[in-house]
Structures are given as C-alpha cells and as structure tokens.
Design a protein around this ligand. Sequence first.
Ligand code: FMN
Length: 501
Amino acid sequence: MPRGAAPASLRDHQQTLPVVTTPASALPTIIQGGMGVSISNWRLARTVSQLGQLGVVSGTALDQVLARRLQDGDPGGHMRRGLDAFPDRAMAERVRDTYYIAGGRAPTQSYKEVPIQAIDNPRELVELCVVANFVEVYLAREGHDGRVGINYLEKIQIPHLHSLYGAMLAGVDYVLMGAGIPLRIPGVLDRLAQHEPVTYPIVVTGARPDDDVSVRFDPAVVAIEHRAPLPRPSFLAIIASDVLAQTLYRRATGRVDGFVVEGPTAGGHNAPPRGKLQLTESGEPQYGERDRVDLDRLRAIGLPFWLAGGYGTPEGVLEARKAGAAGVQVGTAFAFCAESGMRADYRRALLQQVIEGSARVFTDPSASPTGFPFKVVQLAGTVSDPVTYDARPRICDLGFLREAYRQEDGSVGYRCPAEPVNVYASKGGDTAATVGRKCICNALIAAAGHPQVRAGRHVEPAIITGGDDLVGITRFLRPGATDYTAADVIDTLLGASHATV
Ligand SMILES: Cc1cc2nc3c(=O)[nH]c(=O)nc-3n(C[C@H](O)[C@H](O)[C@H](O)COP(=O)(O)O)c2cc1C
C-alpha cells in the first residue's frame, strides 16, 4: 500500500530525525511498548519507527479516542487526513459526520456517547472501530519505511476482529497481544489477510459447555474496490510464563512469530503472582522465584523473544542480548518522553517529581477491574489520590473491561466491579470484588487528555500508570535538561550495545 506524503507540519518534524533504513527482515532491538489508551499514539510510534526501531501504537479504545479527537476539532487535521486515506470513502465520511466538530466542542460540553462494545455491536460501532484502527496505523506509518506494530489486550475481546482488520488495511507490520491467551489470533490474522469472514469466541462467566458465544466479522462490510490479499502481520505474544509460550507455540491457530517476556516491574497491568496472593508490607503483590520465566525453556522453542520490565537501560539491552533475546520491549521510558500521548501537565509534573526524587509507583492489587495488579503512579488530583477517588461517583459508560456473564435466561449480560456497587450486585457480582476498584477506562482516556465532562462541570479524573523504572528516567535527560525525546531514549539504550554486541 502506498504511503501518504507527509504534510508540511510533519515534514518539519521529520527533518530533525535521522533517516534510518532497517532491512524489513531484521528484527528490531527495541520495541516501544503499546501503552495505555493513546499513550503510545501514532506520533510516538512514528518517531520510533523512523529511528529504525519498532514503534507500536496502542490499539486499546481507539474507537473512543478517534471520536474524541474529532470532537476536539482535530487540531492539525491529522485524523481527517487519516480518514481521507480510508479505502471505503462513505464509511469514513459517516464517522467524520458523526463526530467531527469544527473548532472543537466547548470545554464544558460532554463528549458524545459512543455505544459500549457488546457482542451484538451496532454497525455504527463496528465501522468506527475499523476506521479508528486504520487511522492510527496509517498515521504512524506515514511518510517513512519503518515498521509499525499495534498492541491489544486479549481480555478486551469484543473489538478484536474489526480492530485487526482496520489495522491490517493500513498495513500494520506487527500485532502484539498480552493480558490473556491469544490462541486464536494468529489464525484470525491469516484469514483477514485474505479478507475472509472471521469469528472470535468470547469468555462468558457461567457459560454452559454447549453455549457458543462468538463475535463475527465479515470484511465485506468495508467496500473496497480491489481486494488484493493484505500482508499478514507478524504476531508477538506478550507472556509472563514459559508454559504459556509453549502452549501458544503448539496450539495457536496459526503462526506465532515471537514472544515478549514481561516481568512484574513493567508499567500497566502485571500478570498476577503464581499461587496464593501474598502482599508486601506496603500492600503490593509479592513476586518470587516461581514467577521467573525459564529462559532456557523459552530459548528451546526457537522463536525470537524480547525481554520487558526494567530493561530500559543500556545494560538491560546488553543483558537481554546476552540471554539470547533479539532485544527489549521498553515502556516507561517512552511513556514519559516528549512524543508520548500522556497529558502534558501530568507528564511534566511527574518528570519534575522524578528529578526531585519524590516520584512513587504503587502496584495496586485491586485498582483494575480485571483483577490483575496494576501499576499506579502517585499523583495528586488523579485517582491515585484517595480524596479524588472518593469524590468520583461510580459510573460505567465506556465498558471495555466489563465481564460478560450468562444471565438466567441464557442471554449474555455485562458487569464491571468498578460500576455502582448495587448495580454490580444486582447482576450477581460479589460486592467484595468492588472494593478499591477504579474505573480505569475513564481514567486512562483522561490521562491522554480526553476526559469526559459530566453536567458541564464534573471532569473525569485520570490515572497514570508507569513501571518501577519511572524513578530511573533521569538517565535520558541531557545535563541541565528537564525533558527528553524518544531519540534520547534510543540513543541511550543503543549506545552501549552498538559498541559491544
Ligand atoms: C504507561 C504504560 C501503559 C502500558 N499499557 C500497556 C498496555 O495497554 N498493554 C500492554 O501490553 N502493555 C502495556 N504496558 C507495558 C509496556 O508495553 C511494556 O511492556 C513495559 O512498560 C516494559 O517495562 P518498562 O515499563 O519497565 O519499560 C504499559 C506500560 C506503561 C509504562
């Protein structure tokens, strides 16, 4: 697929970056992790790709992200440029007509409600998802030959099929997926590359063995003139256990191309520790020997792998390469660099705290509705602050992390332990599971600068996630500087390994 020529604003930016040509067959040494909702946005991924490493956009909640960026007036016109490149013109126009507000909505105006992802999604939402995933990847790939990946959480199952198709229409090179067991994704990629209809089974709590609850998607809903086969992206599974890697290698429905091995110091969600949950004195999950991935067993599989979680240092890159890894996946260092999608005031406040030595990350065992430990950076005014958390009425209106469950009549219902407690209980949920839960759907999109505004004045608070490595990001600051770029991260990480490996 031909790539668009970069517009003036991007061309200016491009001139500041060295042009790096990496052979398509070479594996990247650095994967910039897919992060949060729009922390790894197209700008960050594009910058990293232009620097010869693998830039990855976050595929989480892109439907909401595109809808909100358009309602914010699409400064710079990037979303509209992406929409213009979408092969089904009428579909792209429907999205634009529904959400775009010239000049942007008033700051007190609520964002339009986008339907919540459900097994029987309305066509409008399927279209928004396909288009949004296309636009993010298209922009990340625009005007250069570097490779671009997209990252999804397996647990957010319902939008997978239409999201993947949108990303593949834009020519995504890699799909990365963690937070679940993505056995069926490789086969889905094979079929979507041929524009064939696909299904994805949804985990439904309480389902009977003969229940078949699947999402279906037929690429024919997108009107494309010449349906030539699409390149099949490489698939990397993000894992925290060599047993899971073996399972994926043996039983996946198609080719797995490699693994990202993520340890418990990584930002975002962490795999829970093996066995019974034990907490440290500070109330964080305790990890031990059993949580270590056996790299001998992983190497024996013979596929390339990358190490993640505290590897954002030159020594980390060297250590990973010595352990037989192709390289490292790095998140925190990129989440706080200038090209990150994090709201600028949060990013700067936290950089300042890191410089002063007061930044703190808490691995919260109960914040995430998924039940997985979630790393929460402590920052006043965000939901890490008990006052802010308590002041927020429980509302569930984005619903990405809802659990599908079988209702008495056999139909599928949805519930989230962060929704109002009585509502959750009325759906058969255990009220004990609601304690300390945070609406990370609303909070993560707020962290990217698109908080919902309710009744003209209640602004959704953010949540910031980052890895334990947050305290070490001063290593990327040049003397006297208070900010750094993605290029600073890559230069720092590769400086030593270029010399020695
Ligand atoms: C702000 C932030 C958000 C993240 N969100 C996700 C995510 O949505 N999906 C995912 O697979 N990994 C996520 N991660 C993990 C990164 O992709 C990466 O694996 C990890 O950050 C590597 O460890 P490091 O933070 O020590 O560099 C996130 C990390 C950070 C810092």
